[in-house]
Design a protein. Sequence first.
Length: 505
Amino acid sequence: MRLPYAFVGALCLGFALANLARPAIVPMLGVAVALASFGLAASEPRLRAAVLAAAFLVVAWGWGGTRLAQLDSSVLTSRIGTVEWAMVEVEEPSRLGTFDQRMKALVLRWGTLRVHEPVLLELPLGRSPPQGARLRLLGELKAPPGPSNGFDEAKWLRRQGIHVVLRGQSFRVVGRRGGVSGVGDRVGRWLTGDTTPGLTGERRDVIEAIVLGRTSSVDQGLLDDFRATGLYHCLAVDGLKVAAIGGGAAAVILFLGLGIYVAQTAALFAVAAYALAVGLHPSVVRASLAAGLGSLAWLAGRERDRWQALLVAAAVLLGWNPYSLFDAGFQLSFAAVASIFVVTPRVVRALEGYPVSHALAQLIGVSTACGFATAPVTWFQFHQISLVTVPANVVAVPVVVEVLGLALLTAVVAPIAPPVAAAMAQLNGWGAWFVAVCARAFAGIPGAQITSPREAAVLGLGAVGAAAYAWQRGERARAEAGLPPDRDRPAEDRGRTTTPARADR
């Protein structure tokens, strides 16, 4: 038994169990102490490890229950229907709707009451407050809307700790938040302004979405095409982009001749600043923790363990908010990455002997793995499954990588040589145009996605059958080559591949 896996996995399971029952933390700590005492006294290693893992699970279960109780508590709920002067901090860019703009905000003062509670802020269309701005406004507290057309907005907001909607009219910016969050705001403003100097329209919107994961300005029809083709991850912050930020920062330090230790440290700070700038969404936290743990492992002279990094990221997210288990972003991110670890090397091996380059085989393998793992999630969350994920990603992802890299380089050049940066942005606009064309073209293919339950069931059975056949064929090939069955290989060697970190979504 790999003890780190067992202990971190027990934490994840304990946090998740809090969604079923919420025991009090104090008695659970007592149970955990009793289990730990028994485990430490046990002489058999497996029994000791199992009991200690159970102690971790019990503590996590109690902590998860406490966190859910905190997320479900609200001071402002009892004041729904009241109107007061409020002081709020804007925590994310505004999302434009048909009649208003909405954003997550933190209420610091409601009338004479000092609070620290997140709300959904609604403002009229027009001037949008920047992320991190501190606003003073006259607002009314409302209850979130209930279930409608299969979507329960109130439940969705409650799982983020939001229980009320604050409706305001006009606002006045009276300051900006500081501290670590303020650093992230400044990085976000720099990337927003300097990655697309001189660009307007759809090309600017697509580049900003690729770099910062902000899709509020992208046309809704184009967003639907990205979803229908399995390319929506290109408009979200994932492991590919986090790795590019960290790797770029390290490359600059190495180019300056400051050494690998300084480079790894710079990569840590760059990834942290980027995560704060784009928002701590599940995929961002997972990718940032993976990159950070990788750099720390190198600095400490330890071997990198990608599975352990994945489990640690899940434990951090679930420990902070056990409701994350139900979040589509959490499910898609972790399902995709786990599938990359397991499925991608098998697809790459299956393509050996064909006239396919290693880089293309890796891209096909990653696209296949992500499409295979995320199909159940997209069906249960959005009632659709894309059938063109693999070809769409093979065509578009290499261009997305180039757009991301050139956009970051443009942001570095802009403060020094604005005319050069403007020319680079115009060139990069063609890449954004190509990515948008790919989304529209693949979405326009007849049968590009499945929306029928019957078709989804047939596809699921076919996928299971194909996976079983591929596994049996692989085992037969290993037996003919005189190699042990895959199940007899060490766990850390199964599915080992040379997939680069940037393919981690």
